[in-house]
Design a protein around this ligand. Structure first.
Ligand code: ADP
Ligand code: MN
Length: 174
């Protein structure tokens, strides 16, 4: 895919800071934040709701069609808790946010998640599920694991992406 600006995927277990970080990145470097969970809900790109897991079952085909259109020109910061459903060619950089169990736990309690969802997400983070999935789904050189425990972490993550974008532009200018 030829793009004049890159697409960046920000992924990680719920509560690791994807939305906050994506907004900061988008603002700092002039890209557009795309919150996939919000699109799924607002455009009803799901096949129903699983009460027991407090989660929506994605209509993947519809979601991918919708996102293909949004991402085709580049310049997007895509925020979603899983990364294996997307085509590899969509992204130039994949950030996997990581949080310590104590910060993650507190954030999920604050959000009012039920115990089952908290346990599930804690296990997901401890087992590094998203990180491993990202490594299985994308080229190793584009996958970057970033700590997201403090505001300082967030700021340094944003700085890092800023520098990465400068390098990307230098390498991709004609
Ligand atoms: P996600 O989109 O991954 O579920 P959010 O960005 O919504 O996570 O963050 C969940 C909560 O944790 C928010 O209240 C946010 O302010 C806080 N948070 C996220 N990342 C950090 C961080 N690196 N340092 C401090 N607080 C954070
Ligand atoms: Mn979010």
């Amino acid at each position: 895919m030829e793009r004049s600006l890159p697409n960046i995927l920000v992924t990680g277990t719920p509560g690791t800071g994807k939305t906050t970080t994506s907004e900061m990145i988008a603002e700092a470097i002039g890209l557009e934040h795309v919150n996939v969970g919000d699109i799924v809900k607002s455009k009803q790109l799901h096949e129903g709701y699983l009460e027991e897991f407090d989660t929506h079952v994605l209509d993947e085909d519809k979601l991918l069609d919708e996102l293909e259109e949004i991402l085709k020109d580049g310049g997007k910061v895509v925020d979603f808790h899983t990364c294996e459903i997307f085509p590899e060619r969509w992204f130039d950089l994949v950030l996997v946010l990581r949080a310590d169990t104590s910060s993650l736990y507190d954030r999920m309690v604050k959000r009012g998640y039920n115990k089952r969802k908290i346990d599930e997400n804690m296990e997901c983070e401890i087992m590094q599920v998203v990180l491993e999935t990202a490594h299985e789904s994308y080229a190793p050189e584009i996958v970057v694991e970033l700590p997201s425990n403090t505001v300082d972490d967030m700021e340094s993550n944003v700085d890092r992406v800023k520098q990465w974008l400068e390098a990307w532009k230098a390498n991709n200018s004609k």
